[in-house]
Design a binder for this molecule. Structure first.
Ligand code: ATP
Ligand code: MG
Length: 332
């Protein structure tokens, strides 16, 4: 089977509403690549909710809300393959050979797994958490994605997927045409948007501004955002990460340079900065929020998008699994 360089895959756990970090870290690139003709795959990894908590709550509603966010930001649902991991059984069969290609020491070393363990709601680390990069590799490699638009936190996982692809090819297709391409990570201009507490903005950490939040809620959340004690506002990501992340957010919304935004605020301090960011975000998101509200009235459409995506993902995953089994000599 030929490799598919124009296949793009990425995904978001159904742990809450998509936020500004998703938008500027990944969604914008997905929309752009799709408009440029790439075949876009979006996995909603529902089993992966259980990497850092005991129970996955409100799954059906959260999955539908993710689809709603995708459509609201401009993803073309008629062309994209949006699917849930649990609806594609072949993904879990890919997991076993992939697990055989990584060492336990490598899994323990993965910095993103370490960070997620640090923020986990569980007292003990589960096998699902430790093997996170491996099931994610199955989610990426099954469709032979060439490009994966992700935030910075995902780079170690992407590296693991590349390693698994390379090792599978050299072990089971030596000298022949590779079964899996090595997927490339695609970072955006904002690969790590900080949340209102100064840590990575995350759905599960109570520090996010959701795309679907109201304008008032956005203002309230940004008012509480962590900054620093210096009055003069300047763009300096290394020594002033929180202020700089806010400046960059305003700049991205307004299509301007963060230094210019900072210079305009100058000595007016953090409260002016927050007012500027609030206005920029609310203005930028207004059409997206309007579209979101319109689309939210038709939940059946969201479910139909998923059903179609699940069917297509199954076709592709079954074909890849058949190829993997053949390469491994499992034809009986
Ligand atoms: P959770 O807290 O449940 O892990 P999350 O907000 O971290 O949720 P994920 O579903 O884990 O979101 O990540 C989905 C995608 O969005 C990944 O590609 C990730 O790198 C990207 N992403 C998440 N948060 C940010 C952020 N703050 N800045 C840039 N990209 C982000
Ligand atoms: Mg995350």
């Amino acid at each position: 089977m030929p490799t598919q360089p124009c296949r793009v895959l990425t995904g978001d756990r159904p742990t809450g509403a998509l936020h500004l970090g998703h938008y500027f870290g990944s969604l914008q690139n997905r929309v752009r690549l799709q408009a440029e003709g790439a075949e876009l795959f979006i996995v909603v990894p529902d089993y992966q909710v259980l990497t850092d908590r005991d129970v996955a709550e409100h799954l059906a509603e959260r999955v539908e809300d993710l689809v709603l966010d995708y459509l609201a930001v401009g993803i073309d649902a008629a062309k994209a393959v949006i699917f849930t991991h649990s609806a594609v059984p072949a993904l879990n069969q890919l997991l076993l050979p992939f697990l055989s290609l990584v060492s336990v020491a490598e899994l323990h070393r993965n910095p993103t797994v370490k960070d997620e363990i640090a923020h986990s709601r569980q007292a003990a680390v589960s096998g699902l958490m430790l093997t996170y990069p491996v099931h994610q590799a199955a989610d990426i490699l099954f469709c032979k994605a060439g490009l994966v638009p992700v935030g910075q936190d995902q780079l170690p996982h992407l590296e693991a997927a590349r390693t698994i692809a390379r090792r599978f090819n050299s072990r089971y297709a030596p000298g022949g045409s590779p079964v899996f391409p090595e997927p490339e990570a695609l970072l955006s201009a904002m690969p790590l948007l900080l949340g209102t507490d100064g840590g990575k903005m995350s759905k599960s950490r109570g520090n996010a501004i959701a795309l679907g939040a109201s304008e008032d809620e956005t203002a309230r959340l940004l008012k509480g955002a962590k900054t620093d004690a210096e009055r003069r506002i300047a763009f300096d990501p290394v020594s002033r990460p929180e202020v700089s992340s806010l400046l960059q957010l305003a700049a991205l919304c307004q299509g301007r340079d963060p230094h210019t935004v900072a210079a305009e605020i100058g000595d007016a301090g953090a409260s002016r900065l927050k007012a500027v960011v609030t206005e920029a975000v609310n203005e930028y998101l207004r059409p997206i929020r309007k579209r979101r509200a319109d689309l939210a009235t038709d939940r059946a459409h969201l479910r139909a998008v998923l059903a179609r995506g699940n069917a297509r993902a199954n076709e592709i995953a079954d074909a890849t699994l058949a190829q993997v089994k053949t390469a491994m000599g499992m034809r009986y």
